[in-house]
Design a protein around this ligand. Structure first.
Ligand SMILES: CC(C)(COP(=O)(O)OP(=O)(O)OC[C@H]1O[C@@H](n2cnc3c(N)ncnc32)[C@H](O)[C@@H]1O)[C@@H](O)C(=O)NCCC(=O)NCCS
Ligand SMILES: Nc1ncnc2c1ncn2[C@@H]1O[C@H](COP(=O)(O)OP(=O)(O)OP(=O)(O)O)[C@@H](O)[C@H]1O
Length: 205
């Protein structure tokens, strides 16, 4: 099974690109989505309320409250990540086991902090979603509740885009529109399938 690791800085188009892989029949595991789901879990919400009082509303983690806390004290990111990341990794392991049992030839892990958390070890191929910085800022700042301060805070915790691209096996340019990105994704999959059928032939020779 080929495990693709898809990453990219905030607003670069990871989720959209993951959706294009999904359209092509590739099973996708989305770490950001897992975090959002975990925040609705009672036990997780309790642990986060203990560490960050006032960040749980109605039994669920309120991401806006949590963001306000992090903006006041960015050192708290480490404390939050220590609670959340092991749970995300556990979900990821379960997903990979399930897909392996189902004999899926290619799967995709959408991991925003792939490089920052040593995730390169867990994947076979790295795809980076990227676009020009002005497009990225425009996209992110148009989101409700997003501020320049919050964007800068998140960017300060992410490996710069140029470094991500330098370490990628493939880059999907998401600044050219959805049809172009779809074509790029199809080409990546064709390349991976051709590679794996070549290596299959070599193994059997
Ligand atoms: C900071 C939080 C509250 C902001 O929530 P919000 O709904 O506004 O944003 P969302 O979760 O959609 O993330 C937006 C972007 O920020 C990135 N981001 C999120 N957490 C982090 C982090 N710890 N370090 C760097 N970038 C991060 C995301 O990957 C994404 O690209 C939330 O992202 C969070 O709880 N993060 C901690 C968990 C984490 O590390 N997630 C990353 C993937 S496992
Ligand atoms: N190929 C594309 N063509 C046109 N618009 C795109 C493309 N990819 C992404 N976008 C747009 O850019 C915005 C951000 O995309 P998306 O949510 O996929 O990014 P992300 O990297 O997952 O963001 P985050 O890091 O915050 O989770 C969305 O409005 C999306 O529609």
């Amino acid at each position: 099974m080929i495990v693709i690791g898809l990453t990219g800085s905030i607003g670069m188009g990871k989720t959209t690109t993951a959706g294009l892989f999904s359209e092509e029949g590739i099973p996708v595991h989305d770490a950001d989505q897992v975090v959002h789901d975990l925040y609705r879990d009672k036990a997780v919400a309790q642990a986060i309320e203990l560490a960050f009082p006032g960040s749980v509303i109605g039994g669920e983690v309120d991401r806006r409250k949590l963001s306000e806390n992090l903006a006041k004290n960015p050192a708290n990111f480490k404390k939050l990540e220590a609670i959340v990341h092991p749970l995300v990794h556990e979900r990821e392991r379960v997903f990979l086991d399930e897909q392996k049992h189902a004999s899926q030839p290619i799967v995709l892990l959408d991991i925003p902090l792939l490089f920052e958390t040593g995730g390169q070890q867990r994947v076979d191929v790295i795809v980076v979603a990227s676009c020009a910085e002005d497009i990225q800022r425009q996209r992110v700042l148009s989101r409700p509740g997003m501020t320049q301060e919050k964007l800068d805070l998140i960017l300060s915790r992410q490996l710069p885009d140029a470094e991500k691209r330098a370490h990628a096996d493939f880059v999907v340019d998401t600044g050219l529109g959805i049809d172009d990105a779809r074509r790029q994704v199809k080409t990546i999959l064709e390349t991976l399938r051709a590679r794996s059928s070549r290596s299959g032939k070599t193994d059997n020779a």
